[in-house]
Unconditional design. Structure first.
Length: 461
C-alpha cells in the first residue's frame, strides 16, 4: 500500500461557520465562485411552496437534472442551461414522496437497429408513478404492497421497491397490479438498492450485501460485510465499492461478489463511497476524505475537513464540509487549492457523470457551477449527446424557457410561472473469520399473500 498524502483543510472563522449552518441557502456570488476558479453557469428555483414544501430528492442522468418536491411535483432541468424542460404533479400532495429514479434503456429491435428510451419513477404515498423522462408524461401507475421510506430503483422492465420488513419487491412495468417477485432477507434494508451487471443489489442492517437476477429475482449471492454497509454501494465498470460502519472498504466483482481488494480508513464511516474514473473516495467520520486507487486499493491521499464529494474534473476534486464550505482539491495529491465560505443550507447533488457542480437547497434553490476553463462538460462515461435524440416535449406541462442559455446573473427560468395554478386555469465474506460468516435460514421468499416459504433462497450462498 502506498503512503497516503495527508492535508488539512482550513475552516473559516467559527462565527461565520455557525451563522451559515443556521442560515437558509443563498445564492453564491460570482466573485466568490471565481475565487475558487469556478463560473456560475445558471440558477433557478424549483416549483414548491416556500415554508410548506421541500425538495425530497434530486438525480442527474444524461445531461438532465430531475428534482422532486415533497408534494409530488417532479421537474426536469437541462443540466447545462437550467432550462425547465417539463413539470408534472402527481398523487396526493399531503403524502410523502420519494425518488426520483431514472433509467436509460437501449433495446434491440426485431427488424434491426435499436430503440433508446429514458424513464423516471417516483413514489407518492403508496403509488408508483412511471413517466417518460423525455416529456414528463405519465406512462403508468400502480399501488405498492406495504410501505417504504426509500426511493424506488428503475430497471429496464421493473421498478424495485424496498418494503419495510426486509423485503425487496419487483413490479413489472406495463403490467399494473401485478408483482413479479418478492425477496425476503434478514434485517431491514439499509439503503436504496442499485442495478449493476444484470443484478439488483441491496444491503441490510445486518451487514450483508445481497444480489438477485434483475429480471427474475433469482438469488445470485450473499456477501457478509461484518457490519452494516453505509449507503448504496458505488458501481463502476462492473465492480462494487462500499464501506461498512467500522471503516472497512470492500471492492467486489458485481456479478459474482468475487473479492478484488479490502482496506480500512481506521475510523468509522457514515456516508456512502463515491467512485469516479480511477479513484474511490471515502468520506470518513472526523470528517476526513480519503482517496484510493480504484483498481489496486492503494491509499493515495487523505484530507481533513471535507465530508461529501460534489464532483470531479480532470485535475480537481470538489467536496463540501459539514457546514457547507467548498473545498477544491488537487485530484492526484489531495492538496487544497481553493475554497469558498459556507453557503447556507446548500445540499450537493453528487455528480459522478460529469465535472459540473450542482447544489440544491431544501427550499428549492438550484445552482450549477463549472471550472471557468471548462465551457463544455467533461464526461466520465458516455456522452448522452451521442445517443438517439429524445422524443419531443409533451404539449402538457410547464413550457420550456424561451432562452436556453440564460446568463448566470439571471435565473434560468421557473420564477415567473405559478406551478400551483389550478389546471385549466456472494457467498460468505472471504475476508472475515469463518465464525463471522453467518448464513441465516429464516429469510425466505415471501409468497404473493405475504406469507413465507420454508426455504431460504440464499441458503446456498
Amino acid at each position: 500500500m502506498s503512503l497516503a498524502r495527508v492535508f488539512r483543510f482550513s475552516s473559516f472563522a467559527l462565527a461565520l461557520v455557525l451563522a451559515s449552518t443556521a442560515a437558509e441557502a443563498r445564492l453564491v456570488g460570482r466573485q466568490v465562485a471565481q475565487e475558487a476558479g469556478l463560473t456560475r453557469a445558471w440558477f433557478t428555483q424549483a416549483a414548491l411552496m416556500s415554508g410548506v414544501q421541500r425538495v425530497a430528492g434530486a438525480e442527474l442522468q444524461d445531461g438532465v437534472l430531475y428534482v422532486l418536491s415533497s408534494a409530488g411535483t417532479i421537474q426536469a432541468f437541462d443540466a447545462e442551461s437550467g432550462e425547465n424542460l417539463w413539470t408534472n404533479r402527481l398523487g396526493d400532495p399531503s403524502q410523502p414522496a420519494t425518488g426520483p429514479a431514472i433509467r436509460r434503456t437501449v433495446k434491440q429491435l426485431a427488424e434491426g437497429g435499436t430503440s433508446v428510451s429514458t424513464r423516471c419513477a417516483i413514489i407518492v404515498g403508496t403509488t408508483i408513478y412511471v413517466l417518460d423522462a423525455a416529456n414528463g408524461v405519465e406512462i403508468e401507475s400502480q399501488a405498492i404492497h406495504g410501505s417504504t421510506d426509500s426511493a424506488p430503483v428503475l430497471g429496464d422492465d421493473h421498478v424495485y421497491v424496498s418494503a419495510l420488513g426486509g423485503r425487496l419487491i419487483g413490479y413489472p412495468i406495463a403490467k399494473p397490479r401485478s408483482v413479479n417477485f418478492r425477496i425476503a432477507s434478514p434485517g431491514q434494508l439499509y439503503a436504496t438498492p442499485l442495478l449493476a451487471s444484470g443484478r439488483v443489489i441491496w444491503t441490510t442492517a445486518k451487514g450483508e450485501v445481497y444480489a438477485a437476477a434483475a429480471e427474475t429475482g433469482r438469488p445470485a449471492y450473499r456477501f457478509n460485510a461484518s457490519a452494516p454497509v453505509v449507503g448504496t454501494p458505488a458501481a463502476v465498470e462492473d465492480s462494487l465499492y462500499f464501506a461498512n460502519e467500522r471503516g472497512v472498504i470492500y471492492a467486489l466483482d458485481a456479478e459474482r461478489a468475487r473479492p478484488l481488494w479490502r482496506t480500512s480508513v481506521g475510523s468509522s464511516v457514515s456516508r456512502p463511497v463515491v467512485g469516479v474514473g480511477d479513484a474511490v473516495f471515502v468520506p470518513a467520520d472526523g470528517p476526513t476524505l480519503h482517496s484510493f486507487d480504484r483498481k489496486s486499493g492503494d491509499h493515495t491521499w487523505i484530507v481533513d475537513g471535507p465530508s461529501e464529494v460534489v464532483s470531479v474534473s480532470p485535475e480537481r476534486v470538489y467536496a463540501v464540509t459539514p457546514v457547507g464550505e467548498l473545498a477544491v482539491l488537487d485530484r492526484k495529491t489531495g492538496r487544497p487549492l481553493a475554497s469558498w465560505p459556507a453557503g447556507g443550507a446548500l445540499r450537493p447533488v453528487t455528480n459522478t457523470q460529469t465535472d459540473r457542480l450542482f447544489f440544491v437547497s431544501e427550499s428549492g434553490l438550484i445552482q450549477c457551477f463549472h471550472e471557468s476553463a471548462l465551457t463544455e462538460p467533461v464526461y466520465h462515461g458516455d456522452d448522452p449527446a451521442q445517443a438517439e435524440p429524445a422524443d419531443a416535449p409533451a404539449e402538457e406541462g410547464e413550457p420550456a424557457a424561451d432562452t436556453p442559455d440564460a446568463p448566470a446573473d439571471q435565473p434560468a427560468g421557473g420564477f415567473d410561472d405559478d406551478p400551483f395554478a389550478p389546471d385549466g386555469e456472494a457467498s460468505d465474506d472471504p475476508f472475515s473469520p469463518e465464525e463471522e460468516a453467518a448464513a441465516s435460514d429464516d429469510d425466505p421468499f415471501s409468497s404473493d399473500d405475504g406469507g413465507a416459504d420454508e426455504d431460504d433462497p440464499f441458503a446456498d450462498f
